[in-house]
Design a protein. Structure first.
Length: 184
């Protein structure tokens, strides 16, 4: 059994803390390569360390502990992507923007429509780099999910995840802009 794992199974907090501090940042970067979301990446890495702390005495590692740790993080990232169940059947951002234009723009002046449009462009420009690239390829260049994935060297699920997250951010900000415009 790995000495570090043996000490962790004995509840040696100092060894665990050193093991955590030595690997945490690199694992978050690694997870972020799958998820492109720092908060979710941090959560997954923390959950992985908690699992190791709680189950160290039961783990049977045939390779290195570090390799096992990276495999756990990778698998948890892939499971997370599956769990959000983003499907090809929905064009979330287009759907959302259509809803906004149908319900709000009908009663909005041309000047307000221009303001909202320019704010949407600013919101897209303020998105994290990878998310921004995905959104622009999808909605400015009409790329398919698979084409975006190939272009950026990421998985189709990551493309879907990024579009879903972008939709949430854009929806929240556009809704507040429209409310403000209607108040004026």
């Amino acid at each position: 059994m790995n000495l570090i794992l043996e000490e962790i199974s004995k509840r040696n907090r100092k060894v665990f803390k050193n093991f955590f501090n030595k690997n945490y940042k690199d694992l978050v970067v690694y997870a972020n390569g799958y998820l492109f979301d720092k908060d979710s990446s941090e959560d997954i890495v923390q959950e992985t360390f908690i699992y190791i702390w709680e189950n160290a005495d039961k783990l049977k590692i045939k390779t290195s502990l570090k390799g096992y740790l990276y495999a756990m993080v990778r698998n948890r990232c892939l499971n997370f992507l599956k769990s959000i169940k983003v499907t090809d059947n929905f064009e979330f951002l287009e759907f959302n923007l259509n809803l906004i234009t149908e319900h709000v723009f009908d009663s909005t002046s041309e000047e307000d429509k221009k303001i909202v449009y320019h704010q949407i462009l600013k919101i897209v420009d303020a998105l994290p780099d990878k998310m921004q690239q995905v959104v622009k390829l999808k909605f400015l260049h009409n790329y398919k999910y698979s084409e975006i994935a190939d272009e950026l060297g990421i998985s189709v699920n990551t493309v879907k995840t990024q579009l879903k997250r972008a939709k949430s951010k854009i929806t929240a900000l556009v809704t507040s802009i429209i409310v403000l415009l209607q108040m004026c």
